[in-house]
Ligand binder design. Structure first.
Ligand SMILES: NC(=O)c1ccc[n+]([C@@H]2O[C@H](COP(=O)([O-])OP(=O)(O)OC[C@H]3O[C@@H](n4cnc5c(N)ncnc54)[C@H](OP(=O)(O)O)[C@@H]3O)[C@@H](O)[C@H]2O)c1
Length: 252
């Protein structure tokens, strides 16, 4: 199976690193010519195609990883086969805006944690070739329709917000005199632990939280202060703004 990457920028670099780490041989990957292709080609000995037509001709799965506003132009004038799959990772670009017939089209939203094979990656529709690829990035989560995919794409922004919270908390601890390196590990691993517990236990999240938020305790104390500061309403507002942007309901 040959995987061609069309659009070699920030996300593509994480995907290529993840594919390499997952054991996909470098001869099974092809890169388009712009962006970071030369750097990645030198690092992983991956061939770079002369043009996009060659990339599509030689690939079984084509990952479209250009900026959303470049997606339509990047696909212009290409010839596709029925056995090929186009996997677009372009946020907010619908399947109908991806002219690649007769190839099958899939949307996916990997996170940069794909580079350590730890990206929970949503995708739609669930096509075996796409699943084969996406499982190399981390846990593959198939969704039921495009509306659900759009809503779940907000999680790509939440991933960034979580990293900001990790940084803010670790830096606060360090500013109080704690060792910065130890605090970075502590806080980051605490977010991993919080996520894993919820992912791996199946009781309602409300029950898991009630075990944590004891009346009069420190967790409750902080939550009350955050509520005064606008939580959870402000978080919901941020999610809604991102969804509106993704669905074209908001400008800017
Ligand atoms: N960054 C993330 O964490 C992330 C996460 C999930 C999804 N995404 C999605 O991934 C896509 C890429 O994001 P990014 O942050 O990686 O952007 P980026 O760093 O700007 O990379 C896009 C690359 O595509 C290249 N490109 C544009 N048109 C091309 C064409 N016709 N042929 C060949 N190459 C072309 C650009 O080359 P030039 O520099 O020469 O223009 C650039 O190197 C976006 O649609 C975004 O929604 C990103």
């Amino acid at each position: 199976m040959i995987v061609g990457i069309l659009g070699v920028g920030h996300l593509a670099a994480a995907l290529v690193t993840g594919l390499n780490r997952a054991g996909l041989p470098s001869q099974s990957i092809l890169l388009s010519s712009r962006g970071r292709s030369r750097e990645l080609s030198e690092r992983y000995h991956i061939p770079v195609c002369a043009d996009t037509a060659e990339l599509v001709r030689r690939s079984d799965i084509i990952v479209l990883a250009v900026r959303p506003h470049d997606a339509a132009k990047a696909l212009e004038g290409l010839t596709w086969r029925v056995d090929q799959v186009l996997v677009s990772v372009c946020a907010g670009v619908s399947l109908s805006a991806l002219p690649a017939a007769p190839a099958q089209r899939v949307r996916a939203m990997p996170l940069t944690a794909a580079e350590i094979n730890a990206s929970p990656t949503i995708f739609f529709p669930d096509i075996p070739k796409a699943r084969w690829l996406i499982e190399k990035f981390g846990p593959a989560i198939a969704l039921r329709n495009e509306r659900e995919f759009e809503v779940a794409t907000v999680n790509a922004a939440i991933y960034g917000w979580a990293q900001v919270l990790v940084r803010q908390s670790a830096e606060w601890c360090a500013a109080q005199g704690a060792d910065g390196t130890a605090m970075r590990q502590l806080v980051a691993q605490t977010f991993v632990a919080a996520g894993r517990l919820i992912a791996e236990r199946d009781q309602p999240m409300e029950d898991l939280l009630s075990e944590l938020v004891t009346p009069g305790g420190i967790t409750e104390l902080g939550l009350k202060i955050m509520e005064v500061g606008g939580q959870p309403a402000v978080w919901r507002e941020a999610c809604e703004a991102v969804l509106a942007r993704l669905t074209g309901a908001a400008a800017g």
